[in-house]
Structure formats: structure tokens, C-alpha cells
Design a protein around this ligand. Structure first.
Ligand SMILES: NC(=O)c1ccc[n+]([C@@H]2O[C@H](COP(=O)([O-])OP(=O)(O)OC[C@H]3O[C@@H](n4cnc5c(N)ncnc54)[C@H](OP(=O)(O)O)[C@@H]3O)[C@@H](O)[C@H]2O)c1
Length: 314
């Protein structure tokens, strides 16, 4: 099969590999599309180094094929899998979706929303799941601020917070303002012109550029600041240093910082499927790249040119 092959950190090529064989609890997918997010860039480069000791491979990436978000068709069912049969259309996450075939754990898949194309479905799992889990505590009528609203997680954050009945304020750069409005934000700040104002019950921080003091000041008493991620740190901990600081920041304040570690599971993806099929959430797919250009797709996201989600179609 054709695949992006990554045997070392920092070096990947488009080449050929054997089709993988599903093990216990796994299925073989004919990949139709793979979503791209910042996590793929981290695994391709091995940076920050912290992720190497978090299980992605100390000296070389554990998965020879990058790519995690996936949408495709079940072609083979491994031992112990009863939920899926050959021909089922699914979406979810796996290790190695930048390929014509990938093996995925059944526990990280759900049935593809019937109203989405494969490319749209592949844009949902990681970013949509992260936004959903970051917004769990939101109640109707609350004020939610989404920082990085025109990116992957943020574009779902705006829509899911609206679906929960919140008043949503979006913050993004100029090229993404129109998208944030289209996704339903009640108010949009272009941070290249002026930073946001106001106070909020929950801040979903997908950009990581604001100091903690600034976030705390913009939060109501007993409000929450959900730290999703940051690309502002160094080679060793990257944006993780911000998430690691959360417990200390909470010692003397009623305003709680939450370091989000989103999980990937059928339950989460089923919840997203319902939101999508109800018309409350629609993936904002920006550009679709062919598999042979998957590395350009990653660069497109890394360089912040992606407006919403970028996808690789096979
Ligand atoms: N905690 C978790 O479980 C989890 C799960 C998924 C992702 N993440 C992390 O969450 C973050 C957001 O993910 P994503 O997929 O939404 O990324 P994304 O698509 O790149 O969107 C992030 C947005 O934040 C802004 N941004 C990016 N880099 C920035 C920088 N250096 N300084 C200021 N603003 C910056 C950009 O908005 P503007 O260009 O409009 O300013 C961008 O649109 C990433 O760090 C990712 O690794 C964490």
C-alpha cells in the first residue's frame, strides 16, 4: 500500500509498505480520509521531547506511519470484534492513518455520521472530541470565550458551546474571523486588531499565547479556564509546561485552571456523531490534500494557515 513512512523523528517520505494485519480488538480500515492536527506535527518531529517519554517512542516514533484521525471502511475484522462488520463506514482514531490501509482499535471508532463525507468525518474525532470534553461544565446562558476559535479545536468549541446554549465570544486572527462568525459566535475579536474584553464563565484556551494572569482576570468567580494546548514553549516541554502548572495555579483561587487531557473513545465519537447528525456541529474543512502531499498538509496546519480543519483524502 502507499503510505507516509516515518522511521525517524524529523524525516518522513511517501513510499510503500505492507498492508497491516488487525490484531485482537482491532479492524483493518480502507482509509478514505485522515484528519490533520498539531499532534501529527509533534509526532513527526518528536517535539516537544516530553511526548517521547509519554509513549510515542523514545528514539524513533512507535508508529512507522503518522496520522491519527481517520474515516474509512472496515475491510477485515480482528479476533474479538463484534461491533463492526466488513463494509461498515466508521470514523475515529488510530496510529497510522496517512496510508491506504490502517489498523484501528474498535474501541476508538464509531459509525460515521450519515450526513458527512469521509473527508468531513475525518476532521471530527480529535479536535471535536477535545472541544467536547473541554466544554463539559458549560451551562445554558453562560458566557464562553474560545481562544484560537478559527483552528481545529476552536472551530468545534464555538459550535459545541453554542449547541449547549452558551453566549460565545471567539478570538482569532483576521483570516479566521469570517469562519468564527459563520460557526455561530455571538461576538468575534480579531486579536491582530484588538485583544478581547469582558469576563467569562469558561475560557477554552486553544492558542496558549495569553499569560495566566490575563486569563484569570477575564474569568468570573468560580469560572474555569480550560488549557487545551499551546505551541509557545521550548523543545523539551513545549506547551505542556502551561498545563503542568495548572494544579499550582488553583491553590489560592476560586477560578480554576483545568489541564485538559482529552480521551479518544467510541463514547466520545458517538456523542459527536449525534451533534453532527442533529445539525448542531459541522466540520469546517479548509483544504483537502492528496495522500502524496500529506506532509504539506501538516505544514499547512503548523504554519497556522489552516482555517478550521485540514484533511488528507485517499
Ligand atoms: N489537551 C488535549 O487533549 C489536546 C488535544 C488536541 C490538541 N491539543 C493541542 O491544542 C492546541 C490547539 O490545537 P488545534 O488542533 O486547535 O490547533 P490549530 O488548528 O493550530 O489551532 C490553534 C489556533 O491557535 C492559534 N495559535 C496557534 N499557534 C499559536 C501561537 N504560537 N501563538 C498564539 N496563537 C497560536 C491560531 O489562531 P490564530 O492564527 O487565529 O491566532 C490557531 O488557529 C495545540 O497546541 C494542540 O497540540 C491538545
Amino acid at each position: 500500500m502507499k503510505a507516509v513512512v516515518q522511521r525517524r523523528y524529523g524525516s518522513a517520505v511517501f513510499g510503500d509498505l505492507d498492508v497491516p494485519v488487525p490484531g485482537k480488538g482491532e479492524v483493518l480500515l480502507e482509509v478514505r480520509a485522515a484528519g490533520v492536527d498539531m499532534g501529527v506535527w509533534h509526532i513527526l518531529t518528536g517535539r516537544p521531547y516530553l511526548l517521547r517519554i509519554l509513549g510515542f517512542g523514545l528514539r524513533a516514533p512507535k508508529s512507522v506511519v503518522p496520522g491519527r484521525d481517520v474515516a474509512g471502511v472496515v475491510r477485515e475484522v480482528g479476533p474479538g470484534v463484534t461491533e463492526y462488520a466488513v463494509g461498515d463506514e466508521v470514523f475515529g482514531t488510530c496510529e497510522g492513518s496517512f496510508a491506504e490501509y490502517a489498523v484501528a482499535p474498535a474501541a476508538r471508532l464509531a459509525r460515521k455520521p450519515h450526513n458527512l463525507s469521509f473527508a468531513e468525518a475525518a476532521a471530527v474525532p480529535i479536535s471535536g472530541g477535545t472541544a467536547l470534553q473541554g466544554l463539559r461544565e458549560v451551562k445554558a446562558g453562560q458566557r464562553v470565550l474560545v481562544l484560537g476559535a478559527g483552528g481545529g479545536v476552536g472551530s468545534y468549541g464555538v459550535q459545541i458551546a453554542k449547541a449547549m446554549g452558551a453566549h460565545v465570544t471567539a478570538v482569532c486572527s483576521t483570516r479566521k474571523v469570517e469562519l468564527a462568525r459563520r460557526l455561530g459566535a455571538d461576538e468575534v475579536f480579531d486579536h491582530t486588531v484588538a485583544d478581547f474584553t469582558g469576563t467569562y464563565d469558561l475560557i477554552l484556551d486553544c492558542g496558549g499565547a495569553r499569560p495566566f494572569g490575563r486569563l484569570r482576570k477575564a474569568t468570573n468567580d468560580r469560572g474555569r479556564i480550560v488549557l487545551v494546548g499551546a505551541e509557545t514553549g521550548g523543545k523539551i516541554t513545549g506547551g505542556f509546561h502551561k498545563l503542568m502548572a495548572a494544579p499550582l495555579l488553583n491553590l489560592f483561587s476560586s477560578k480554576k485552571f483545568v489541564a485538559l487531557m482529552a480521551s479518544e473513545s467510541t463514547d466520545v465519537f458517538d456523542e459527536l456523531r449525534v451533534l453532527v447528525e442533529n445539525g448542531q456541529v459541522k466540520p469546517a474543512v479548509d483544504e483537502v490534500f492528496p495522500l502524496s502531499e500529506a506532509l504539506n498538509a501538516v505544514d499547512h496546519v503548523y504554519s497556522r494557515r489552516s482555517v478550521g480543519k485540514t484533511v488528507v483524502a485517499i
